[in-house]
Design a protein around this ligand. Structure first.
Ligand SMILES: [Zn+2]
Ligand SMILES: [Zn+2]
Length: 350
């Protein structure tokens, strides 16, 4: 019986012979149609947060104890790449992220582990300027530099982009149906910012690098998902970033559906982030997770409309998918060929 069924299903995708009723093919077509209808109705817009790096200090990043390629946020067809530090290209490959799909590239400040690979990512996004595309949203220092710092962004690569936007605290920019707001950050780069993404399904706030500040906390309000850069375990380890105690205060106040702790310094890693983050969860009564390199989180599971019951279900079952590195098939040459052909046709037109 089982073998008989398999035989029927031998080639479920073969629709060339309509004379033979193919049960699996029939089922496949029905499911495909259902998926199309759901997509049209706007149900099931895919959304992922992918961590291309979780390292937060020079020791951790320098030895790549944790990677430093930034964070990728996918909302439907849009892809936002935030803080592309050293190794962004390698981590994109390792985690199966196609940088060509970047709608926008974002950088919170002009530090090496946040924007070292900004030019490399622009080059990858645009095939070396062959296909000018994408938006860069960054703080002032990344684009214009400051009295003491030259900007990481080079003019040569800046010109590959469709647009670049300097964002300062409180300013907003809309990209497709997502609104991005710059939130304040107090850091050694005085123009540093964080980002708030207001999507149709949820609001995500990313602190960027900042020390604790009462004023900044207000700006995280309404975030369903909160990503915090917490390099320090203890307060006295450094003054330019958050420590565990600060994270507890912020999470308690914001009360998000999900808080993700990332950007770990060496002492945090030595102490074991899993244990420390569990402590934060106990103290805040919120769902809190420690980011890992390559981790994929589905933020829709944590959106406000889903309710606590769903949150619990997803947290247990599928809200946090830790993705094993997938060796991705090398980017298809077809894509380049198609583009060349398209451009060629356009040039040929009278
Ligand atoms: Zn940093
Ligand atoms: Zn920094």
């Amino acid at each position: 019986m089982f073998w008989g069924f398999l035989k029927v299903c031998k080639n479920p995708f073969d629709f060339r012979n309509p004379g033979n009723f193919n049960f699996c093919g029939f089922l496949f077509r029905k499911l495909y149609n259902l998926a199309l209808i759901l997509t049209t109705l706007g149900v099931g817009i895919t959304s992922n947060i992918i961590f291309l790096g979780t390292g937060g200090d020079s020791y951790v990043v320098g030895k790549q104890v944790r990677a430093s390629g930034g964070i990728v946020l996918q909302v439907g067809d849009d892809q936002f790449h935030i803080d592309p530090g050293p190794g962004a290209l390698v981590m994109a490959k390792e985690t199966g992220v196609n940088l060509r799909a970047n709608t926008a590239l974002l950088a919170t400040h002009n530090h090496i582990n946040h924007c070292n690979d900004i030019n490399a990512v622009i080059d990858a996004m645009t095939y070396g300027g062959f296909d000018k595309k994408g938006v860069l949203v960054a703080n002032n220092t990344v684009i214009n530099g400051s009295a003491h710092h030259t900007p990481f962004l080079q003019k040569y690569y800046r010109d590959f982009l469709e647009k670049f936007i300097v964002l300062e605290e409180g300013k907003r920019v809309g990209i497709n149906n997502i609104e991005i707001e710059a939130i304040g950050a107090k850091h050694s780069d005085p123009d540093a910012i964080g980002f708030k993404f207001i999507t149709p399904d949820y609001t995500l706030a990313y602190t960027g690098d900042t020390m604790y500040s009462v004023e900044a906390i207000d700006q995280y309000d309404g975030a369903n998902v909160l990503i915090l850069n917490v390099p320090y375990l203890k307060k006295d380890e450094g003054k330019h970033g958050l420590c565990k105690e600060d994270a507890v205060k912020i999470i308690r106040r914001v009360n998000p559906r999900l808080a993700v702790i990332t950007h770990f310094g060496i002492n945090f890693l030595k102490a074991d982030p899993l244990y420390e983050v569990r402590e934060i969860q106990k103290e805040t009564n919120c769902q809190v997770i420690a980011a890992k390199d390559g981790m994929v989180v589905n933020p829709v599971s944590y959106a406000v409309e889903q309710g606590q019951k769903t949150l619990y279900k997803y947290a247990k079952e599928e809200g946090v998918r830790v993705q094993e590195y997938q060796k991705q098939v090398a980017e298809k040459a077809e894509e380049i060929n198609e583009m060349i052909e398209e451009k060629q046709t356009r040039l040929d037109e009278p």
